[in-house]
Design a protein around this ligand. Structure first.
Ligand code: ADP
Length: 317
């Protein structure tokens, strides 16, 4: 079963056009851009050539329409995106500080996005899927977390697989309830996609080596570790450690890099490519994303990635 699905928030992102501190004075913005980490991820799966679908909810407004139409145009199955009357589509206002840090004003939990549930249409989609991608951020939204847990159980029970991007705050993982959710997902994870210190947090370990050992011992098949502008590494019992240097690009907007990386990696592996090749596609997808303003604007087709890789002189056999 080739269909990959995810459950999570869809929103628009509206970005300040100037660098500053906070939102305390009137300023210019650009947007709305289609966004939401799960939406970016699933859009990249489809653009890479994978069968893809998402369980989510939007409002009956233009912010919902630009998201749904973009996902549909890129080949994502949108049949399980519910339209919630009386709630606006989720949104995020973003601005950058001089040091690159970002300020956000989110409207997610109380927007239509927070109303995503296992509807009949969602169950029909899950019934056709062979892989579920879990975003750690979903645990912060109770309805989405419950729907994800059901999707994971259903797909696992029929022999499908699970990928997990533990993009959760350390504080949440250390709270008992957050830790339990993380551990429950880790116990059924086939592919883990951590970035930065998420590897150590997920494993509750002090070093990268210890974390990798602990997680592979748990039964996680493979780990693809994102290292930002330093590239990425794969760890598994079958292939050992495989490193892949980053592509050299000018970073314009880092949003979405990890999601595009994960989607390209997963879809490459599900298409039967070896880890070294999958990492190359994933690094290329992440690198192309950071060169574009707007979270979903840097999503790439497999052909675009082939061209980008060839232009950088980075073919692998
Ligand atoms: P996340 O967004 O989850 O924190 P990263 O920032 O590590 O993930 O980005 C994911 C991948 O995208 C990296 O492993 C790398 O391959 C690529 N990438 C991210 N930032 C850059 C950059 N500035 N230059 C080149 N590649 C990058």
């Amino acid at each position: 079963l080739g269909l990959t699905i995810t459950v999570g928030e869809i929103l628009v992102e509206i970005m300040a056009t100037t660098v500053g501190a906070g939102f305390l004075s009137p300023q210019s913005f650009v947007g709305p851009f289609p966004s939401g980490a799960p939406a970016i991820f699933i859009d990249q799966v489809a653009r890479f050539g994978g069968a893809a679908g998402i369980v989510a909810a939007v409002g009956a407004d233009d912010f919902g329409t630009i998201n749904v139409e973009r996902l549909r145009a890129d080949g994502v199955d949108v049949s399980a995106i519910a339209t919630i009357q009386g709630r606006p589509t989720g949104s995020a206002f973003v601005r950058y500080r001089p040091d690159g840090a970002r300020d956000f004003v989110f409207n997610i939990t109380h927007s239509a996005a927070g109303e995503a549930r296992m509807t009949e249409a969602a169950r029909a989609l899950v019934a056709k899927s062979g892989h579920v991608h879990v975003m750690g951020s979903a645990f912060a939204i109770p309805g989405i977390a419950a729907a994800l847990v059901e999707a994971v159980a259903t797909v696992k029970a029929r022999g499908g697989s699970v990928s997990f991007d533990p993009n959760i705050r350390k504080e949440l993982a250390q709270a008992d309830e957050g830790r339990k959710l993380v551990d429950d997902v880790l116990a059924v994870t086939d592919l883990l996609l951590p970035s930065g210190d998420e590897l150590l947090v997920a494993a509750d370990a002090a070093t990268e080596e210890a974390a990798v050992e602990r997680l592979l011992d748990l039964g996680i098949g493979e780990i693809a570790l994102k290292r930002g502008s330093a590239g990425s590494s794969h760890f598994s019992r079958q292939f050992g450690r495989v490193d892949c240097p980053a592509f050299s690009v000018e970073e314009v907007d880092p949003t979405g890099a990890g999601d595009c990386f994960g989607a390209a990696y997963l879809t490459s592996r599900r298409a039967g490519l070896a880890p070294a090749r999958a990492l190359l596609y994933a690094n290329a997808a992440g690198a192309r994303t950071v060169t574009r303003q707007g979270p979903m604007e840097g999503v790439s087709s497999r052909e675009e990635l082939d061209e980008f890789i060839a232009a950088a002189g980075r073919e692998v056999g």
